[in-house]
Design a protein around this ligand. Sequence first.
Ligand SMILES: [Zn+2]
Ligand SMILES: [Zn+2]
Length: 410
Amino acid sequence: MATIYREGKRNATRGASGVHGLPLEFSRTFRTGPRPMPSTFQAAVLRTAGSPRPYARSRPLSIETVTVPAPCAGEALVQIKAASLCHSDLSVVNGDRRWPLPIVPGHEASGVVAEVGPGVESVAPGDRVALIFLTQCGLCVRCVEGQPHLCERGTQANREGRLITGGPHLRSGDALIHHHMGLSAFAEYALVSEKSLVKIPQDLGFIEASLFGCAVMCGAGSALYSAAIRPGESVAVFGLGGVGLAAVLGARSAGATRIIAVDSNPNKRSLALALGATDFVSGDGAAASVRALVPQGVDAALEVSGSVEAFEQALDCTRRGGRTVSTSLPEASRAFHFPLSRLVAEARTIRGSYIGSCVPSRDIPTFIGLYRQGRLPVDKLVSSTIRLEKINEAMDALADASVVRQVIAF
Ligand SMILES: [Zn+2]
Ligand SMILES: [Zn+2]
């Protein structure tokens, strides 16, 4: 009902306020923003998952003109400045992860607050922000006990392709378009909950800032929090995409003295070593190669590749009493096998890591501080910047694993 009321009200006043048809209470906040709020903008819309490759030919993402209503209470309109492509976006496109369609993907971004709804206090027009893909409602039991990466309200809203404040609010013509993870950042603007935003320094570049919401939190967080790596430990990281390389950075920041980077692509070697890996392993039998370097097995193995086989290799090269952590989200039916008796007799820990077990409002500023000290050089994860119109070609490059982070610059 809230949606119908707001849009009806907005339509009823279109043209009446003299400021882009916005009701007066919205136009007041709008006028202080960095530029006029458009009611329409360009966005990459996915209508069918699982299109054949190459995507450059099948073009599953179409650039369309979409509309959003003015922000309601608790909402903000963000002008997206940079949005990076993550493997989770590819899983939306290839159908490995099921989302309500049609949808505008994109869950790793930075931007500027253009307009806020009534009562919004945490951000104001003109603020630079990083966007986070699981809204931290601050009210549910998980949020209250300090685990907002498991926010129940945010998770439910994400599954339904809406915001925690309602929706879906995106439209293309008369058709509703779903929000991806409360953000839908492959677009010039995003209507989000204020609780999906973390303010960032005004002088931080948008390109690198876009990486903190997913790659940095999921990668560095998995090393620092989920695996709780301690100084002097040995670590193996399987899968050197943006999240995996951020895990290498996190392991180095935590004081690990042996960091073995593992990837099937030998071309990842030089970047992995430049970011702090002490060794690089490629090819078949990665677990045996890791054990050749650390015979008793590593203290912690992080699997960041999206592959069940790689996770089993990670288990194989973890020492007795060690921790094996996965950030992977492969197709939902994929399962791993491990003897229960070994889990117990070897006192192992197997842990899933979502958003790196981070508290975004605490950890994004922390990671930005480490970045500025040169201890978390996340800017080195950027392979290229592209235009929104090249998103299908960029999805091909992502599927080929030939890039780390491609960032759409707006
Ligand atoms: Zn991601
Ligand atoms: Zn919550």
